[in-house]
Design a binder for this molecule. Structure first.
Ligand code: LMR
Length: 399
């Protein structure tokens, strides 16, 4: 009977928002879920998104029909160009297949189901990684293995260890990579390190799978954040690449994203996309249209696109500024330990190195919400709360 169904635990990341909401302390700080906030701590609707919505509202050709199973083509075409480059030879050779997904999570899940059926190999994910990666790949039935990514000593990339793992992994393994703004650590390989990773993956015939949730949001430069992906394409890999427009367009609730395959031939790319259509049809039929229309309008209209690149800088520079501020306050307070990693890391998150006890104290004593692994969403900091947060960190480190 239904009585025997056990209660599932709440999601480690999403539940923080609920706890924060329920907290009545006026000085509470939400550094949990990775969602951009402006300097007043408010969600930011990108002005360019508002403009796109206006255009859509008055477009006589817009209706509420189902999208084709592979998605809105003006969106998927533009999305592929965004990640691979407008002049990408792989796109010109039609070796790229792009499929609209329910944001990045949906892209990961379609990819996972596809890989479980058509590539019997373990998937290597970084330790640590976004917590949902493990849930998605487990539910899809993939065998999960880990490569060490974070070196607690240097609070940086465990590069030697990661390379060792890729070298010793069974030939043809699937390797999940975060191309920019690694979640949760905020630590990315340098371009030189990406080249070495590519060499090792090639020598072992591994299959790269890039989960790209932060293009343009990490550095403020769309091309720079796509560098690793484009380099791997140049090296002739067959691979998968997900995209999300949650962070970089602020389209969190619209669930707008894409899954791309780069194949050796046009025929293989088509076959992969046909499988994704089959998987999605049996799961949820077709993707939602509204977010894709917004993204398509921004991506295909040169004026709006230009405006978007500016708004990306507004978001990413504010975050970089908050890193500097946090670092400065910790220095001023003389907080024990080294804190350079706060400014060296990139993107939405900083992996502070705070332990579970310290995290719990931050929550209970200071009403600061962050994930158990010590990750903070930098976007939750602003000029009004950064000092308070630094003082709270200082207290938990000393006590
Ligand atoms: C996060 O890691 O906080 C974001 O990617 C949001 C999510 O879905 O978990």
């Amino acid at each position: 009977s239904l009585q025997n169904v056990p209660l599932a635990p709440p999601d480690a990341i999403l539940n923080l928002s609920a706890l924060y909401k329920a907290d009545t302390d006026p000085h509470k700080i939400n550094l949990g879920v990775g969602a951009y906030r402006d300097n007043d701590g408010k969600p930011w609707i990108l002005p360019v998104v508002k403009k796109a919505e206006e255009l859509i509202l008055h477009d006589p050709n817009v209706d509420h029909e189902y999208l084709p199973t592979a998605g809105l083509q003006s969106f998927t075409d533009a999305s592929a160009k965004l990640i691979f480059g407008a002049d990408s030879p792989a796109i010109k050779e039609k070796r790229v297949g792009t499929f609209q997904t329910i944001s990045g999570t949906g892209a990961c899940r379609i990819a996972a189901d596809f890989l479980a059926r058509h590539r019997k190999a373990p998937i290597y994910i970084s330790n640590p990684s976004w917590a949902n990666h493990q849930a998605i790949f487990t539910d899809a039935g993939l065998e999960i293995k880990y490569y060490q990514y974070w070196d607690p000593q240097t609070r940086g990339l465990a590069f030697a260890s990661l390379i060792e793992t890729f070298k010793s992994a069974p030939e043809g393994s699937i390797i999940l990579l975060h191309p920019c703004a690694h979640n949760p650590t905020g630590v990315d390989p340098t371009f030189e390190q990406w080249k070495i990773i590519a060499d090792v993956l090639k020598s072992k015939n591994h299959f790269p799978f890039f989960d790209c949730a932060y293009q343009g949001f990490a550095s403020g430069d769309l091309d720079r954040d796509a560098q690793a992906v484009r380099y791997f394409v140049e090296q002739g890999f067959e691979m998968l690449v997900t995209q999300s427009f949650a962070k970089n367009m602020g389209l969190y609730g619209e669930r707008c994203g894409a899954l791309n395959v780069v194949a050796k031939t046009e025929e293989s790319a088509k076959k992969a996309v046909s499988q994704w259509c089959k998987i999605s049809r049996a799961a949820y039929s077709t993707a939602p249209s509204y977010g894709a229309r917004i993204a398509s309008t921004v991506l295909n209209n040169p004026e709006l696109y230009q405006q978007w690149t500016e708004e990306l800088k507004t978001m990413s520079y504010r975050i970089i500024n908050m890193r500097d501020e946090l670092f400065k306050h910790l220095q001023e307070l003389g907080t024990p330990g080294t804190w350079n990693h706060v400014v060296d890391q990139i993107g939405m998150f900083s992996y502070t190195g705070l332990n579970l006890n310290q995290v719990n104290t931050l929550k209970e004593k200071f009403h600061v919400y962050l994930t158990d692994n010590g990750r903070i969403s930098m976007a939750g900091l602003n000029t009004g709360n950064v000092r308070k947060f630094a003082e709270a960190v200082d207290w938990v480190v000393r006590n």
